[in-house]
Design a protein around this ligand. Structure first.
Ligand SMILES: [Zn+2]
Ligand SMILES: [Zn+2]
Length: 294
């Protein structure tokens, strides 16, 4: 037991040092500064080319979502850092060896060209995320957590990172094992994550992004707004689940874009009664799941 406490203590101490190094050393391999850069870029686009022209430049809930961006950034980097740390990898391998599994790498792709590795990782990860996202809608208890993301009523880039912290655990856990099976390292994960961050920011932005034939491959603001629409087709548990790619929705027939969607009402049934604060969002799913109301 003491060895586990020691491991946790060491890992948090080294995470604190890593985080401080990240923030005090701006560089191209620094997620913190990428988040700021991409947010400023998305905001500039929204201000220059707004899709909903009457929407305020600092929209409803902007500051709440700005807070979410940094909160979820710190949590993400904590999880990602620990997930790829030697300590966690060792624990994970020890855990597998209890079941007689000694090597999880099923497909060694490290000698493929770098860009092919990145492409494979990007596509594979996006497909895993598409499936996880569907589960977040389909499984009632998971939907309680995902509702936080869908409580956005006026769309803008910062809404991208409004989500309950439990989602970070759910997504990272679902991604980790398949990606470990093809032996990916930290650097690859970083690049793929930044690309997905940029696309996700754009998809939530108040801009119109005509993609032409590329709309069958990539998600867009005019597609993702329907994902957030309050009124969905009857009996549907959700539409347009794609994160970076729209391809999966076209392949599995979960696309729904009946009209422009620009002024569509967003949220879910009785969204007006949903908590409006960060703390309210934090506890809402737990209350719903564990506190019996008479
Ligand atoms: Zn969703
Ligand atoms: Zn969204």
């Amino acid at each position: 037991m003491t060895s586990y406490i020691e491991i946790i203590k060491n890992s948090y101490q080294s995470y604190a040092a890593y985080l401080w190094h990240e923030i005090s050393n701006p560089s191209w391999h620094n997620y913190f500064y990428w988040l700021i850069l991409l947010s400023v870029a998305a905001m500039t686009l929204e201000w220059m080319f707004p899709w909903r022209k009457q929407q305020a430049k600092i929209r409803e809930d902007f500051w709440l979502d700005a807070f979410y961006m940094f909160f979820n950034f710190f949590l993400f980097s904590l999880i990602a850092y620990n997930a790829i740390s030697d300590v966690f990898v060792k624990l994970f391998n020890d855990f597998l060896s209890w079941f007689g599994i000694h090597n999880l790498v099923a497909l060694e792709i490290s000698n493929w060209p770098g860009w092919v590795q990145l492409l494979v990782m990007f596509i594979l990860r996006d497909f895993i995320q598409w499936n996880v996202h569907r589960m977040l809608h389909f499984v009632p208890s998971l939907w309680e957590f995902h509702k936080v993301h869908h409580s956005v009523q006026q769309m803008g880039f910062a809404a991208h990172l409004r989500y309950h912290f439990m989602e970070t655990f759910i997504y990272r856990a679902a991604e980790y094992i398949p990606l470990a099976m093809i032996g990916f390292g930290l650097q690859d994960f970083f690049i793929v994550h930044i690309i997905a961050l940029a696309i996700g920011h754009l998809n939530h932005s108040n801009i119109y992004l005509p993609l032409g034939p590329l709309q069958y491959l990539f998600n867009s603001p005019q597609m993702h707004i329907w994902h957030h629409a309050e009124h969905l087709p009857p009996k549907s548990y959700g539409v347009n689940f794609g994160l970076s790619l729209s391809l999966w929705d076209y392949l599995f027939k979960t696309v729904y874009m009946p009209s422009s969607g620009r002024d569509e009402e967003l949220g879910f049934e009785q969204v007006q009664a949903y908590p409006k604060s960060f703390m309210g969002h934090l506890v809402a799913p737990f209350k719903k799941l564990f506190v019996k109301t008479p």
